[in-house]
Design a protein around this ligand. Structure first.
Ligand SMILES: [Zn+2]
Length: 693
């Protein structure tokens, strides 16, 4: 019995868990009790399921709770191992700098990563569900089997990322989640193109190294590499390895070597170990020079040379590394269409093609390999002509090859344009991927060149936009909806749609109540970001004042952040000054201060002023940010496109090193990004100018 005024809580004993997985959530939460997750042949007892949210937000837990049983049951059967922790609580914490934390049976999410309502866009919804599937996956991989030391925390995160997509693919068959690991890999390649890239598995010698390990390389490159090996081994053999791993190490610790041994034993394919090791113990992206030739009429030949991908201006030595690559290519020729697979162990490999020469070779079959390719103008143009015959994943990889080839100085601006135009007839994600280079082209041009770029963007994407916008949303796939929203924004920013711009400004003003009461029905959630950007650019001080007056009434984290980021990224100097002042006064949460600062420092029209204020008020600003974001500030050096400016900024950060512990890699990467940006400008601006005159 407790003393007067005290309440005694007793907790059931948990299975053995790592110390970092212990959690206690305290606060004035509202509870939402969901139906128990039913017993199954694998598990005799049902699992009680509850959600917790800040007062007034309980109803927004419904969707995440509803889909939990489906996800969890699928994962149980994948692992062939019952959910280990007896009960499951999902907790939406109002302030939480991480996306979520997978504590055993008591997962904590930042609000925006768990709560959903009718104001949640499709893109955000997909993000929430992926995070949820990721945290559930950790209950086995990370919790039931846990790393020996922090140097293998990458494997937790890579695996959870990978299984989140697989889980989503199972519970949402229309979502095309099979493409997600491919896209994840591509999204890690920006940082993996740097000299200062981390390798996936890194030694951990100091506390700062632990934080450093939670980056795109760990999550996305790691997840993509696992996907590549699953493809190589086959789904069932890979799963046999995972199941074996769970049984071998349940309630215990395992490192990456143990994991690879489990996969080798379970799949019966031990050759995978050295290949896997070559990927996790070296930084960078394998770049394959793929030469397609025809030495005799009935005998084709592919010659593959391994290099490390290096963009223009990079200090990377392209010949310093070799990987063991589970290569797969699609070959099309007179004898038909086929996929060849071979482990590439040497710098140069020749693969003879029986039965004739190839019409085209797609050097990354289905797009599942973590490598880039460079294939010469003839095969590239053959691929452009055959674009519609490529699979979805191949089209996405092809789109990446265009931009990465251009940035490496291997693809001309003319081929880039022609390639981008070809992508518009393909899969929505490939279209979307190919648009990624447009802001870069815009920055390389002067005003008259930008006008011509606008005309080209409008001509290239206008018809597609009209098609997508003319169809009812119910007739579009998820990927088409996402593309529709993306192209809509693209045309407003880089195309030629002045009437749409002013119509959107009008809706943005109604939304924030610039001339009356705020009207949420004026904007669907997917248009919020672009609408606020247009408002900040075109709406003048009146829009800014109305937006900042509206902000205190907003309790939705995603909406607040979107609004603040748009104002900081597109506002003029006086708006940026005001946002910094409000940040320092404590008007925003720690996460929001970080969003304001990073958006302002990359604001194309007010960047110089933003950096001035940032440096002048550095100590006070940093004090208002989440601990885990502080070292990342140094990476923002990459927002300037000048070697001189970036070295001045770097010198400034060095003087502040005590306030941003663990900043070293971020700073090195930021300086390098500035160097690459500057080199691209020096070497390509003239070509781009000539192509758009
Ligand atoms: Zn995780």
């Amino acid at each position: 019995p407790a003393e007067d005024g005290w309440v005694r809580h007793e907790f059931a004993k948990t299975r053995p868990i790592q110390s970092y997985l212990v959690a206690l959530a305290v606060g004035p939460y509202e509870e939402r009790i969901a139906a128990d997750i039913p017993a199954t042949a694998l598990r005799a007892e049902p699992i009680p399921l509850r959600g917790f949210a800040a007062i007034g937000k309980r109803d927004k837990l419904a969707e995440s709770l509803d889909i939990t049983d489906e996800m969890l049951l699928w994962q149980e059967s994948y692992f062939d191992y019952p959910y280990p922790y007896g009960k499951l609580d999902l907790i939406a914490a109002p302030e939480f700098a991480y996306g979520a934390m997978e504590n055993a049976g008591a997962i904590i999410y930042r609000e925006a990563a768990l709560l959903m309502d009718e104001q949640t866009s499709l893109a955000r919804r997909r993000g929430v569900l992926t995070t949820h599937a990721h945290e559930l996956g950790h209950q086995w991989f990370g919790n039931l089997v846990t790393p020996k030391w922090w140097n293998d925390i990458w494997l937790n995160e890579a695996f959870a990322t990978w299984i989140s997509y697989k889980t989503m693919h199972a519970v949402d068959p229309d979502g095309e989640w099979n493409l997600s690991p491919i896209l994840a890999g591509l999204s890690a390649m920006g940082s993996d193109s740097l000299v200062a890239a981390r390798q996936i598995r890194n030694p951990i010698n100091a506390n700062g190294d632990i934080l450093d390990a939670f980056d795109a390389i760990t999550y996305r490159k790691g997840g993509s590499v696992l996907n590549m090996f699953e493809t190589y081994l086959g789904e069932e053999d890979f799963r046999a390895g995972i199941r074996l791993h769970m049984k071998r190490f349940e309630d215990g610790v395992a490192d990456a070597d143990d994991f690879m041994q489990s996969i080798a034993d379970g799949s019966g394919q031990p050759e995978i170990v050295s290949s896997f090791t070559s990927y996790i113990s070296q930084p960078g992206i394998p770049s394959l020079d793929v030469a397609v030739s025809c030495p005799a009429p009935d005998a084709g030949l592919i010659t593959i040379t391994q290099k490390r991908y290096a963009p223009l201006g990079s200090d990377i030595d392209p010949d310093a590394q070799v990987w063991e690559i589970p290569f797969a290519a699609r070959i099309n020729g007179p004898t038909g269409d086929r996929t060849i697979r071979q482990m590439l162990k040497d710098r140069v490999t020749e693969i003879p093609l029986d039965g004739g020469c190839a019409d085209w070779v797609m050097p990354n079959a289905d797009g599942t390999g973590y490598w880039r390719f460079d294939t010469g103008s003839d095969n590239l143009n053959a691929l452009i002509d055959a674009y519609d015959s490529l699979s979805d994943g191949e089209q996405i990889l092809f789109a990446d090859a265009l931009e990465s080839g251009f940035r490496a100085g291997r693809i001309s601006i003319e081929d880039l344009k022609r390639g981008i135009e070809a992508t518009t007839s393909g899969h929505p994600r490939a279209v979307s991927e190919a648009t990624g280079v447009i802001p870069t082209l815009n920055r390389l041009l002067d005003e008259s060149g930008q006008e011509n770029l606008r005309a080209w963007v409008q001509a290239t994407y206008g018809p597609l936009a009209e098609y997508l916008e003319s169809r009812p949303a119910t007739a579009l796939s998820q990927q088409e909806v996402l593309l529709r929203d993306k192209i809509y924004s693209l045309l407003l920013e880089y195309g030629d749609r002045p009437e749409d711009r002013s119509a959107l400004l009008d809706r943005a003003q109604r939304y924030i109540g610039a001339n009356g009461i705020p009207d949420q029905s004026a904007l669907p959630p997917e248009d919020l970001g672009i609408a606020m950007k247009i408002g900040a650019e075109d709406g003048g001080p009146a829009f800014y004042d109305a937006a900042t007056a509206y902000l205190p009434s907003v309790t939705n984290q995603t909406e607040r952040r979107t609004l603040l980021a748009a104002l900081a990224n597109r506002g003029d100097e006086s708006m940026v000054e005001d946002l910094f002042a409000e940040s320092l006064k404590g008007s925003y949460s720690a996460d929001e201060v970080f969003a304001v600062v990073s958006s302002a420092l990359s604001n194309d029209s007010a960047k110089d002023r933003a950096w001035e204020i940032f440096m002048a008020e550095f100590d006070a600003i940093v004090a208002r940010m989440p601990e885990i974001r502080k070292p990342q500030l140094a990476g923002m050096t990459g927002y300037v496109c000048s070697v001189q400016k970036s070295s001045d900024i770097a010198a400034f950060f060095e003087t502040k090193s005590a306030l941003i512990p663990g900043y070293e890699r971020s700073l090195a990467q930021g300086v390098e990004r500035a160097q690459l940006c500057s080199a691209l400008k020096t070497q390509k601006a003239l070509d781009v100018k000539n192509a758009f005159q």
